[in-house]
Design a protein around this ligand. Structure first.
Ligand code: GDD
Length: 327
């Protein structure tokens, strides 16, 4: 039986993969769910609100921007929230090399504006910051845990380290309930097509349907700890239900290479990745994160959280969803 609540939650990044799954999870728990939306999104709902179209009528969407403190201030002045999940960011690592300045500005200032507006208007609202395993970057120990030193390898990683410490600072300096989730890569059928897992599964589907002959990728040897977004949004929620705010690694504890992901994904469609995947330097990064694998023992013990979906299930579901989409 699920606990029914009348709490109100505010989600930045509600139109993204995690935001849309989190919104569904909170609605199921009886929450009143609010989200931050760019004004232009209302003009192109089919494209920009695709992931939340089915639940849109049950949501309260507020127009505003992370780049504008006044727009956030206005929202918090009008509406009271119990919980704020800050998921919005420029989250594509490769893009952060192309335009590090925009990434820094959106990710760091956006987080700071939110924290400052909450402190000013709603100091009792609980805050979740979407930290990232990219903060570990050139890893100092394996597996990575809450105590592992950060060594970011991209402007994106640097921006997340800044957001992490801003969150911690508001917790320590102003007594805000402010939690950091250090989430390792998490995927699913709603993943954006620029990220490697979805790029592979859409590529497999196109090749299987005769719409494409090859798939060009970058570094096939990079290793990631890939979990399922639907498992990870449960962890975000749990972090805000604790007595005190803290930092938690959320990971599966398994690591796989991009090559292994390709192998499994092509096999799901009855194909051999070696016949189709071409390595292309264009997709290499100036500095790479070679290996990520997380130790989520603290989350298991304190949050009672465990991932429910396995890596093969995730790959299979993503490929099948893309095959179905192409008909
Ligand atoms: N995107 C992409 N495209 N990545 C490729 C490609 C390609 O063609 N070929 C190889 N890769 C490699 C990248 O070099 C990287 O090592 C790995 O695949 C994963 O890349 P992404 O899927 O783009 O994700 P990410 O690990 O850089 O970042 C994601 O996970 C972080 C958590 O660790 C993002 O979701 C971040 O926002 C998130 O914080």
């Amino acid at each position: 039986m699920q606990f029914m609540s009348t709490k109100a939650a505010f989600i930045t990044g509600i139109t993204g993969q995690d935001g849309s799954y989190l919104a569904e999870h909170l609605l199921d728990l009886g929450y009143e769910v609010h989200g931050l939306i760019r004004r232009v999104a209302f003009e192109q709902p089919e494209a920009r609100l695709a992931r939340i179209l089915k639940i849109k009528d049950r949501l309260h969407l507020h127009s505003g921007s992370l780049e504008s403190y006044p727009s956030l201030f206005q929202i918090f002045a009008k509406q009271k929230f119990d919980e704020c999940y800050h998921l919005a960011a420029q989250s594509f690592v490769a893009e952060s090399f192309a335009d590090g300045f925009s990434t820094m500005s959106t990710n760091i200032n956006g987080t700071h504006y939110l924290l400052a507006a909450l402190r000013e208007l709603q100091p009792k609202c609980r805050f979740y910051f979407a930290g990232s395993s990219e903060m570990f970057g050139k890893v100092h120990e394996t597996p990575q845990r809450e105590t592992t030193i950060f060594h970011p390898r991209s402007p994106y990683g640097v921006s997340k380290v800044a957001g992490y410490y801003l969150t911690m600072n508001y917790r320590e300096a102003y007594n805000l309930f402010a939690a950091n989730g250090i989430l390792f890569n998490h995927e699913g059928p709603r993943r954006g097509v620029e990220f490697v897992t979805r790029k592979i599964t859409t590529g497999v589907a196109r090749i299987a349907r005769g719409q494409s002959k090859e798939l060009r990728l970058g570094n096939l040897e990079a290793r990631r700890d890939w979990g399922d977004s639907r498992d990870y949004v449960r962890a975000m929620y749990l972090m805000l239900q604790q007595e005190t705010s803290d930092d938690f690694v959320i990971a599966t504890g398994e690591t796989h290479s991009v090559r292994e992901f390709c192998d499994l994904a092509f096999r799901e469609a009855g194909l051999d990745y070696r016949d189709f995947v071409k390595e292309d330097e264009m997709f290499y990064r100036p500095a790479e994160v070679d290996l990520l694998v997380g130790d989520a023992t603290k989350a298991h013990k304190i949050l009672g959280w465990k991932p429910e979906r396995t890596f093969p299930q995730l790959v299979s579901e993503m490929v099948q969803a893309d095959l179905a989409r192409l008909g």
